[in-house]
Design a protein around this ligand. Structure first.
Ligand SMILES: Cc1cc2nc3c(=O)[nH]c(=O)nc-3n(C[C@H](O)[C@H](O)[C@H](O)COP(=O)(O)O)c2cc1C
Length: 334
């Protein structure tokens, strides 16, 4: 079965991509992801805070040749520099590039339009085929408007776009008040790919110790529903590739995301849970499903169940919601 796929102009051997996770922290880990069958790897994120902290320390030590924090951030790490995380990250990409054949996608995670976005260029120079920008933001200030948040995010994205020639994807939050408009504006700004969605920290309160704990749980298939809904809505309506991220466990989950309209399907939790070779299982299950359904190409599958192709798109919107609650009233009448 031919599963070749285009994502942001990259030619991939299949539609399965390893999303950012600790599985890509070493060259060997990346090589084992390739051996497992994924078509590309998004590296774990390089965080703005990490760069900031190290640049501040660097500046305090006076080794950057500047006492300005902003300037220290614009300073590209050399092997002798103190900005360890950036240096390690760039070196990882260089070494992995020399070892694996599949595209590597660097991941930058930040929210302010500071000099850290220049690290995008270092990632490009190290041999990354693309950059994924995770603008993780919890706009906790109640006075901040949605328009302010959106323009801040667009600003960060534009700076990264200006810095590099390689394709740039944005890992989106599902919490914009009009996600479609934000997606359209990002594509118009030149973003090549949209990853739906970023996972958000939802801290738990411990009622015994009266503390708040923050930990990341591996996802479950229930996490597919929100990204799948939005991929189906956006398919064919924004000028950017679409990547699904969230809740993949089996090959039929991959199939469903493709039916909704994803160009590629990303997975992290399933590989963390079952091992990197699970990618091969996901791909053979996808191929088996395609054969059983007599699909001969991914072009026949992709977007088949998108809103664009649906005769009654209202079923995916308010009419569907009202109908669902009406049906529930019938079911739960006691
Ligand atoms: C342990 C762990 C670490 C992660 N680290 C990152 C990260 O560094 N950057 C990022 O953008 N996403 C990160 N993610 C999010 C994943 O890339 C992915 O978007 C999310 O887990 C949903 O996909 P999944 O259901 O296949 O896990 C991480 C997820 C997990 C479980």
């Amino acid at each position: 079965m031919n599963l070749r796929t285009a994502y942001m102009g990259l030619d991939l051997r299949n539609p399965l991509v390893a999303s950012a996770s600790p599985l890509s922290q070493t060259v060997d880990g990346i090589r084992r992801l390739e051996d497992g069958g994924v078509a590309a790897v998004v590296l774990y994120s390089l965080f703005e805070e990490e760069l900031r902290r190290e640049a501040e320390l660097f500046s305090v030590l006076g080794t950057a040749g500047t006492d300005s924090f902003a300037e220290a951030l614009t300073y590209m790490p050399e092997p002798s520099d103190g900005i360890d995380s950036a240096r390690r990250y760039v070196s990882l990409i260089e070494r992995a590039r020399a070892t694996v054949d599949i595209p590597l996608i660097g991941s930058l995670n930040g929210v302010t339009p500071a000099g850290w976005t220049r690290y995008a260029r270092a990632i490009e120079e190290a041999g990354a085929s693309a950059i994924e920008l995770n603008v993780y933001d919890v706009p906790g200030d109640p006075k901040l408007t949605g328009a302010d948040v959106e323009s801040r995010h667009l600003d960060v994205v534009r700076r990264v776009l200006d810095a590099v020639q390689i394709p740039v994807a944005v890992k989106l939050s599902p919490y914009y008040s009009s996600l479609g408009s934000m997606a359209t504006r990002l594509a118009a700004a030149g973003v090549d790919g949209l990853v739906l969605f970023n996972r958000f920290l939802q801290p738990q309160i411990d009622h015994e110790s009266l503390s708040v704990s923050a930990r990341i749980d591996l996802s479950t298939p229930a996490d597919q529903r929100l990204p799948m809904t939005w991929i189906a809505i956006l398919r064919g309506r924004v000028g950017a590739s679409l990547a699904a991220s969230g809740g993949v466990e089996t090959g039929t989950d991959v199939a469903r995301y493709l039916l909704a309209g994803a160009d590629v399907v990303m997975t992290a939790s399933a590989l963390l849970r079952h091992g990197r070779d699970h990618a091969g299982t996901l791909l053979s299950e996808l191929a088996e499903w395609m054969e059983a359904k007599e699909f001969t190409s991914l072009d026949d599958v992709r977007g088949l169940m998108s809103v664009e192709r649906e005769p009654d798109p209202e079923t995916r919107r308010r009419a569907g919601y009202v109908g669902m609650l009406e049906a529930a009233k019938q079911t739960f009448t006691h």
